[in-house]
Design a protein around this ligand. Structure first.
Ligand code: 6R9
Length: 661
């Protein structure tokens, strides 16, 4: 990894966009990009008003663009009314798009099912009617705990159609995580499936919902709607649980979309922060929809003939914006994939690109790195075995892409002809923020290049002053933008403190470090500056994992979690644990480490399992009792301790912690 970091620092390869792509692109050449940036600078509100009129269908037009009177609680297009689902489906009726495939679904076992836009509208409408029949109404919160399926997208769209606020919980999260989210959101219903299929295995969902609700505090839940993904029966609670078949029975396939105010909460999505409790990131309807549609056009330059494939799960923000909303709003055919990239073998992605003639492919660096590794050890799963000539644009998201992986992606997947859009953004930003444009931006491997027009991204020091190019600092956004987080559900104070801290005087704090190149001013993200780790593109709070560990009260006295660089997953979770019994070694240490890993999987989800667990009699602390995390980070990396340890109360502990099990 350190070699990757070094090669990023000296990266000087530049890949200009291919002439043909520039010619056909919506934003053509740097001149096209710069013209839009100028428009945004000269008339900020006029710029957004124009785009919102052109890219969103409004039931009632807005007269106000941006309301800053209660900053940082910004409002966009406030008095306008729209419906998100109508903007994704109804809009295409009566146009050539209506009979086009909206979703080409490939199941884990390879079975393909296709629905057109028209069919999808009918199914969303029918499910929306079913939700209403359960008494679910505008403003209610609904938890969606679903596998990657057409039905998952339908669940989200149906909520949007009736004005209910969905909160999707990733299918890999635990009963406890689900329980906390149900309570925090005050949800009235859970939409789930009996099981999900991943890598040939049938994994439970409904039993986890039952367990989560049984943990208590979920009296708000009135109904649980169950999609029967597989034939295996699951437990059904009489009066509360109903199958999709039952609730859809007799429901009409038309349902008038409920117009909502532009600021109406479309969804809440929980994400890790730097304290133990996940944050319910709340997004509004109007600005979010605008950005989902517009970035499909700007960043991916979608054309009516494209086949778009974003591999993200609907449980993450990428699966919200670039599966459940963006492609539908843009009227483009998309592939939705249930399974995993390595089943039945690590050629699955390439095989699917060939089979469905995918033209735009959007995935995460961690997936690319694992497929490089697989192709290196087995020629048969190397992308060269498939015809990938349909591809025209590649995308990357979730974490920095190291130049080695970038070059492989460019060469072996993109055939050296496809621009790679390395899109930097966050759950909180709703959509792309800093990214190349395929028909404009010369690419530099490992750099997300330049902010989208109207996105006033900058790098500042701790007092909020701009730093010169070449000097690293804190990534901020200086002006609000339409798809920004509106608040943290139930916690407006935390919203202000986390994203608009006083020292930064009104600037949005992304939580990442960044540096701009001296020559082009290109942004490169250097990683989180808070206690948030990025493991395989998934955000994990170190405090969240620490809280989970110390919750094992019979065993754990104290725990500290840090990240260390990992060639495959970007960062790996490393936990230092003090037990309530003598420090274990050898076999016993291995066995307890495993027990703790499984415990964390149960508390949060398998993605939060620490890769490394080390035991100590104590943790390195200052005389005032603060855990010295920077020392733990060095130990986790296997580095010699060069830092000043003079404030350390118990220096002998360092050697003990450096021992691996
Ligand atoms: C969309 C998404 C956000 C964090 C973000 C940053 C990292 C995302 C990146 C990237 C470098 C990119 N990140 N994209 N870092 N280059 N292209 O991933 O949202 O799950 O909220 O994570 O991911 O650290 O702050 P989310």
């Amino acid at each position: 990894m350190s070699s990757n970091i070094e090669s990023v620092l000296v990266e000087n390869r530049v890949f200009p966009p291919p002439e043909a792509v520039v010619k056909a692109a919506r934003i053509s050449g740097m001149a096209g990009y710069e013209a839009l940036c100028r428009e945004a600078e000269q008339d900020f509100e006029g710029f957004w008003a124009r785009l919102a009129r052109e890219n969103v269908v409004w039931n009632k037009p807005f007269s106000r663009v941006l309301d800053e009177s209660n900053a940082p609680f910004y409002k966009w297009f406030d008095d306008g009314e729209l419906n998100a689902s109508a903007n994704c489906l109804d809009k295409h009726m009566g146009t050539p798009t209506e009979n086009k495939a909206a979703i080409v679904f490939e199941a884990d076992d390879g079975k393909v099912t296709t629905v057109t836009f028209k069919e999808l509208l009918a199914r969303v409408s029918q499910f929306a009617n079913a939700l209403k029949a359960q008494g679910i109404k505008k403003g209610d919160r609904v938890i969606v705990y679903m596998p990657m399926t057409i039905e998952g997208v339908i669940a989200m769209q149906a909520c949007a159609r009736i004005g209910a606020t969905h909160s999707v919980v990733f299918g890999g999260f635990s009963a406890k995580a689900l329980n906390e989210r149900i309570i925090d959101a005050g949800a009235v219903a859970v939409i789930t499936a009996n099981f999900q299929m991943r890598g040939g295995k049938e994994l439970p969902l409904k039993s986890i919902v039952d367990e989560g609700i049984a943990m208590g505090g979920c009296e708000c839940i009135k109904s649980v709607l169950v999609f029967q993904r597989t034939a295996t029966p699951c437990n059904m609670v009489a009066g509360r649980d109903k199958t999709f078949d039952e609730v859809l029975q007799g429901q009409s396939t038309t349902c008038a979309p409920e117009p909502v105010g532009a600021e109406h909460p479309l969804f809440i999505l929980y994400t890790s922060g730097s304290t133990g409790k996940p944050k319910g990131v709340q997004h509004a309807t109007g600005g979010y929809l605008l950005w989902a549609n517009l970035t499909m056009q700007w960043t991916f330059d979608v054309k009516p003939s494209d086949v778009f494939w974003c591999t993200a799960d609907i449980g993450w923000i990428t699966g919200h914006t670039y599966v459940a909303y963006g492609p539908l709003a843009a009227g483009v055919t998309q592939v939705v994939f249930e399974g995993i990239p390595t089943y039945p073998n690590a050629g699955r992605f390439w095989q699917m690109i060939e089979k469905h003639k995918v033209t735009i492919f959007y995935t995460a660096p961690t997936a690319i790195r694992s497929l490089i590794k697989a192709a290196d050890s087995d020629e048969k799963v190397h992308p060269k075995n498939w015809d990938l000539s349909s591809l025209r644009i590649l995308g990357s998201v979730g974490e920095p892409i190291n130049p080695e992986a970038w070059m492989w992606y460019h060469r072996h997947v993109g055939g050296e002809r496809c621009p790679i859009v390395d899109t930097f953004w966050q759950t909180e930003t709703g959509g792309h923020m800093i990214t190349p444009l395929p028909g404009a931006t010369p690419l530099v491997p490992g750099s997300c290049t330049l902010p989208l027009p109207g996105i006033m991204a900058a790098i500042v020091d701790e007092a909020g002053h701009d730093v010169p190019n070449g000097a690293g600092g804190i990534l901020v956004v200086k002006r609000p933008w339409p798809s920004m987080i509106r608040t943290i559900w139930n916690d407006p104070e935390r919203f202000k403190k986390s994203y608009f801290p006083e020292e930064l005087k009104g600037l949005y704090l992304a939580g990442d470090g960044a540096v701009r190149s001296a020559d082009r001013g290109y942004f490169r993200i250097t990683g989180r500056i808070d206690d948030v780790l990025n493991v395989s593109g998934h955000r994990m709070g170190t405090m969240e994992i620490e809280s989970a560990l110390v919750a094992k009260t019979d065993l754990v006295a104290e725990a500290a979690v840090v990240g260390r660089p990992d060639d495959l997953t970007g960062e790996a979770i490393c936990a230092f644990v003090v037990l309530k019994r003598p420090r274990p070694t050898g076999e016993e240490a291995k066995q307890i480490a495993n027990e703790l890993r499984n415990w964390v999987a149960k508390e949060i989800g398998p993605i939060a399992k620490p890769k490394d667990i080390r035991f100590g009699d104590n943790l390195p602390k200052t005389r005032s009792g603060k855990i010295m995390r920077r020392l733990l980070r060095s130990i986790a990396k296997g580095e010699a301790i060069t830092q000043d340890t003079s404030t350390l109360e118990n220096p002998a502990i360092l050697e003990q912690l450096a021992q691996t099990n």
